[in-house]
Design a protein around this ligand. Structure first.
Ligand code: F0G
Length: 485
């Protein structure tokens, strides 16, 4: 086991019940509950000791009573007319109006140190549906507000020839890429992390920990540093892309490399957190999942609340599948959208336990020894299996697998378009192409694929490693020869 920068005493890292916590949980927080996804047992959302699992071992899901801000409750419904496909349920009008007004917050930073401008965050803008906390407790960069790029044959015109290559590759007319690599630390994890670290602060935690294939750890390290907490990350030694490891180290997290894979690190960190009272920030923590719901909500808002037909995303530990699926279900229940998008989770063929279970109608939970070039999703025993299974079933979704070769081909297409992404993200596009070729996704359906991480996270996989064999003389002639002009 290799440990970097274990510079402070972690034995006292736990929450400090005796010490005054300026962010004592509000009454609203007390109204939350946690329900076991397996046996439906209900627990209070905020107990003295944090709870990550049910007594039966099942994972937990946050249940929140949604309430519009008091001033909005009597607001008149907005009447929407138009083609049938444009008619959006009236019940959600007040919510849509609230979120749309917040999205128009001017880009001016407050000089007051206590005003955090939560409306500017692509997570906290939806706070009533995420976590109703006192605004001063929020730890935010802010995150979200990532691009939703039209790249399909019909929704991307010839003038953006690079992006249009992606639609041509996938064979889809109305395709959008949601680039979550544009978050502050370069991956979608920041959305769950802002909520997780805010919760840690509300609990008075001094240290937070996670196991990671690299992106969760980078995000945790950054948010823990911002909040003045000790970040502790458990990484499978030698299996983390360079950019991600560099982030953890640079942000000053205590970085523990273990001799084992992600699944072993995950088991270990749960044990460590329970034993040492450190606050766990993997997506086993149900509040992380609440934050990640914001990816789904922001996509809906960017599409003017017209739900897409399909949402396609790479799947590893299955937190994201669970979160986006939950967001869509709740948005549908609240009347924000008029139909549920189908969710397609895409796994790497060498790390495909969820796909294997799906093939047998989820009769058995499968586990594998994972192997894939996409290190972010090299996971054989996903923690959020039960949550994600529910999402696939409820949304009439599916699980597909793609080979490493298909992932790398799709990554090159995304990279060459000028957008770029890390290998795991490209699994989403490889999946769209495969499902379109099989006629499962129709060419004319509206499809959103999520790019989960930034190109620079992993600069050694699927990218040419040298510009040219030799440096040239700094002369015009030498340039002409080199460019073969
Ligand atoms: N894409 C990227 C870039 C990821 O980092 C991850 C997960 C996924 C996709 C899969 O998402 O686990 O919610 O199904 N990365 C985790 C980590 C495991 O530790 O950074 P998931």
């Amino acid at each position: 086991m290799g440990i970097n920068s274990l510079d402070s005493d972690t034995s006292g890292a736990s929450e400090q019940p005796g010490q005054a916590n300026p962010f004592a949980p509000s009454e609203v927080l007390a109204a939350l509950s946690l329900r076991c996804v397996e046996c439906t047992t209900l627990y209070p959302g905020f107990e003295a000791m944090p709870r990550y699992r049910c007594e039966c071992g099942g994972v937990l899901d946050v249940e929140t009573p949604f309430q519009l801000p008091a001033a909005r409750r009597a607001s008149p419904a907005v009447v929407v007319s138009g083609r049938e496909s444009d008619v959006i349920p009236l019940a959600g009008a007040a919510w849509r109006q609230l979120f749309d007004e917040r999205a128009c917050t001017p880009p001016i930073w407050s000089l007051s140190p206590v005003t955090l401008l939560p409306d500017r965050s692509g997570v906290w803008r939806y706070r009533e549906l995420i976590l109703p906390v006192p605004e001063t407790a929020i730890v935010s960069r802010p995150e979200g507000n990532t691009g939703l790029y039209p790249v399909g044959l019909e929704n991307c015109d010839e003038s953006r020839v690079g992006h249009r290559q992606i639609g041509m590759f996938a064979g889809i007319e109305r395709l959008f890429l949601k680039h979550e690599g544009e978050n502050p630390t370069g991956s979608f994890k920041d959305r769950g992390m802002t909520v997780g670290v805010t919760m840690a602060r509300l609990r008075g935690a001094r240290a937070v920990a996670c196991a990671s294939t690299g992106n969760t750890s980078a995000s945790l390290a950054s948010y823990a540093a911002q909040a003045g907490m000790q970040g502790i990350v458990f990484l499978p030694a030698g299996q983390i892309a360079g950019g991600k490891l560099a982030q953890s180290l640079a942000y000053g997290a205590t970085t523990v490399q273990i001799k084992g894979d992600f699944d072993a690190a995950m088991q270990l960190v749960e044990q460590v957190c329970n034993e040492m009272g450190i606050y766990l920030l993997n997506s086993l923590n149900p509040f992380r999942v609440e934050g990640q719901k914001a990816i789904g909500l922001e996509i809906l808002q960017q599409l003017d609340w017209q739900a897409p037909d399909w949402l396609v995303l790479p799947a590893g530990n299955l937190g994201n599948t669970s979160a986006i699926g939950k967001a869509f279900r709740q948005a549908h229940q609240l009347g924000l959208i008029n139909h549920l998008p189908r969710i397609a989770s895409i796994q790497a063929a060498g790390a495909n336990p969820f796909y294997r279970s799906f093939q047998q109608q989820f009769a058995r939970r499968e586990r594998v020894h994972a192997q894939t070039v996409a290190s972010a999703i090299k996971i054989g025993d996903p923690v959020s299996y039960a949550r994600a299974r529910r999402v696939i079933e409820e949304s009439n979704g599916l699980v597909e697998e793609v080979t490493d070769e298909e992932i790398l081909v799709a990554k090159t297409v995304i990279d060459r378009s000028g957008l770029g992404c890390e290998p795991a993200s490209a699994a989403a596009l490889a999946g769209v192409k495969k499902l379109a070729a099989r006629g499962i996704i129709r060419r004319d359906e509206r499809v959103v694929a999520v790019l989960t991480g930034h190109l620079l996270k992993d600069s050694s996989t699927g990218i040419p490693q040298s510009v040219s064999e030799q440096a040239i003389e700094p002369t015009l002639d030498a340039v002409k020869r080199a460019l073969k002009l």
